[in-house]
Design a protein around this ligand. Structure first.
Ligand code: AMP
Length: 241
């Protein structure tokens, strides 16, 4: 499956991504991890990104987009991937859509992790004490939450409009959250199957043009696509853990 994990810092995307990547046997592409390992290795990319990471600011779109598109072009991503921490701006989401549409491999689902700000702050402050991450100081944590609210939260509407979004309650035991996610993915696959069936029926009846009109949403939208662009294949199953 091709899945995006959306949500504020501290929502547990990384923890769930590791479990889901194992479950689906696909790569976990974490932009934060890629940046941190480049910073640690002192690469050119790491040097360019470090000041943004330290302040809790977003690395400029063009840098991140080029990095992610390069990564998604690797053979191991051909069968699917979990994107964790990307996209974080509307420009990044648009670039991702364009790239995936060109390959006719649109997203299957976007999972948005939700937790109250106080809970996120508590978790991030705890992680700071444990791991000593340079972007987990109190002020930086607050700044990162603000950056999420202003730059990334608009993606909730962006993906809702494309009928790809599932909201996941990110508070509770790790296993329970994974179960919620798999339930949400099962529902997303069922939606895609319904759309694929409706589109192929419309085409078989000679009145469909394959651009999403005639689907069961009645709005001319297909998941993952503006009308006229590719729709994710429904040939995906979600197993229970
Ligand atoms: P994360 O581990 O996902 O919270 O990311 C850590 C930091 O990496 C962020 O605070 C940003 O500075 C940078 N970063 C990660 N992903 C992105 C992205 N998609 N766009 C811009 N900056 C990013």
């Amino acid at each position: 499956m091709r899945i995006v994990l959306l949500g504020p810092p501290g929502a547990g995307k990384g923890t769930q991504a590791v479990r889901l990547a194992q479950h689906f046997d696909c790569p976990h592409v974490s932009t934060g991890d890629i940046f941190r390992s480049n910073v640690a290795e002192g690469t050119e990319l790491g040097q360019a990104a470090k000041e943004y990471l330290d302040k809790g600011d977003l690395v400029p779109d063009e840098v991140v987009i080029a990095m992610v598109m390069d990564r998604l072009g690797s053979p191991d991503c051909a069968g699917g991937f979990l994107l964790d921490g990307f996209p974080r701006t509307v420009a990044q989401a648009e670039a991702l859509d364009l790239n995936l549409a060109a390959e006719e491999t649109p997203l299957h689902s976007v999972l948005c992790f939700e937790a109250a700000d106080e809970e996120l702050f508590r978790r991030l402050a705890g992680r700071s004490a444990e791991l000593g991450r340079s972007d987990d100081g109190e002020e930086t944590i607050r700044h990162r939450l603000e950056v999420y609210a202003t730059k990334t939260r608009p993606l909730v509407d962006y993906y809702m409009h494309r009928r790809l979004l599932s909201v996941v309650d990110a508070v509770g035991h790790v296993e329970d959250i994974t179960t919620r996610i798999l339930d949400a993915l099962r529902a997303a696959v069922a939606r895609l199957t319904g759309v694929a069936d409706a589109v192929s029926n419309a085409n078989a009846n000679g009145n469909g043009n394959g651009n999403g009109h005639g689907n069961d949403y009645g709005h001319g939208y297909t998941p993952g696509a503006e009308p006229g662009t590719a729709t994710a294949s429904a040939a995906v199953t979600v197993r229970t853990l």
